[in-house]
Design a protein around this ligand. Structure first.
Ligand SMILES: C[S@@+](CC[C@H](N)C(=O)[O-])C[C@H]1O[C@@H](n2cnc3c(N)ncnc32)[C@H](O)[C@@H]1O
Length: 359
């Protein structure tokens, strides 16, 4: 009745038998299991919702240089559809929702969306990943609406380089937004920095210094391959190398995070903030993955690097009841694979560009 699009998945690995037939037949075993648990015992408490595809920056590692065919407005989820899906997921045990994009602050009506999500009973964390260009002005209302965690993306502390990487001006606005969020009590405020060789790896120590007096968590992200972003292994700076670069200058303590955590956490002794490494490429953390993603056009993705998608928007617009949606979601989550198959296979296979997935 509803579309479940499952493509062959060269870029993710299953260590268990995954059925060839992903039809919508809802086996009694799956029906008894929680809708958000997969075949490897992972329970998905964390949902990322992309609110828009557009962005006010043009970072080449995120958005194809040749541009994109944007999805038409009618094909993007409406506010009502976003809230309906969020309510459904929270009803199944999701505790954390992150709003992303594109640039989520470009979504008109963002204040109202945050307010409605913030009021969902059972939701503990309402987070946003943003480039922060529009954040300072909007933050007080978003905070009042229930936004309680913020990740700000920032790959350089140098104004000229900011312009080169993003093809726009704006470093000053981002730094102001960081200070403002700290003043409003966001702690830790997370700062995401994608590290690319020949682009910004010479600023790793400066970013570590940035944590000296600020209650922030700088998270260095290994550069990941997505469609159209010209990834190659030479541009990837493995986390071990980043760690060595900082250790040459500062004594770093490990905060002994578990292998299953997304970020390996450290801190420079005596500094207020902390430093994390997101090592998706050189040391994956798939076994602890508890995330699901809904794209701005309403497709559920169970793995960032996987091609399989379930068109929840189509199902909703085709008249699906909540129970129908839950069955689609359960089948998709149940078919999630054990882990991704490594950066080379990911780089060689098709996926969406990051800007249309929502990081
Ligand atoms: C796609 S952006 C969307 C949200 C918002 N516009 C922002 O800039 O934070 C979300 C995150 O994905 C990260 N990202 C994008 N492309 C990436 C890549 N190729 N490798 C690693 N991280 C990437 C960005 O740096 C950002 O922190």
């Amino acid at each position: 009745m509803f579309e479940l699009k499952v493509l062959s998945e060269p870029n993710i690995v299953s260590t268990a038998q995954v059925p060839d037939d992903f039809s919508l037949s809802y086996s009694s075993a799956r029906a008894q299991a929680s809708v958000l648990s997969d075949g490897f015992g992972r329970i998905h408490h964390y949902l990322r919702i992309s609110l828009v595809e557009h962005c006010n920056l043009r970072c080449s590692y995120c958005m194809p240089e040749e541009g994109l065919e944007w999805t038409s407005h009618e094909e993007l989820l409406t506010d009502g559809e976003i809230i309906r899906l969020a309510r459904l997921f929270v009803g199944q045990g999701v505790k954390k929702i992150r709003l992303t994009g594109g640039e989520p602050l470009l979504r008109s009506g963002i204040g109202k969306i945050v307010e409605e999500l913030g009021a969902l009973p059972g939701l503990q964390t309402l987070a946003m990943t943003t480039n922060a260009l529009l954040l300072k002005r909007k933050l007080p209302a978003l905070r009042a609406g229930g936004l309680n965690l913020i990740n700000i993306s920032l790959d350089t502390l140098q104004p000229d380089r900011f312009k080169e990487i993003t093809r726009r001006d704006g470093l000053g606005l981002v730094l102001e937004a960081i200070d403002h969020a700290i003043e409003l009590g966001y702690s830790p405020l997370k700062v995401n920095c994608v590290v690319m060789r020949g682009v910004n790896e010479d600023e790793i120590v400066d970013f570590a210094e940035f944590t000296r007096r600020r209650p922030i968590e700088v998270r260095f992200i290994e550069f990941m391959p997505f469609d159209g972003n010209r990834w190659n292994e030479d541009k990837l700076v493995p986390y071990n190398e980043m760690l060595r670069m900082i250790r040459r200058v500062y004594p770093m303590e490990s905060l002994h995070t578990s292998r299953k955590e997304t970020a390996k956490m450290y801190k420079v002794s005596g500094f207020l903030g902390r430093i994390g490494f997101i090592t998706s490429m050189t040391d994956h953390f798939c076994e602890g993955c508890n995330r699901l993603r809904i794209t701005a056009d309403g497709h559920l993705k169970v793995c960032l690097f996987g091609r399989s998608e379930v068109n929840l928007r189509g199902a909703m617009r085709g008249g699906a009841e909540d129970q129908d949606l839950l069955e689609l979601i359960s089948t998709a989550v149940g078919g999630k694979h054990a882990r991704h198959a490594g950066m080379h296979l990911i780089a060689a296979s098709k996926n969406r560009p990051m800007i249309t997935i929502g990081g």
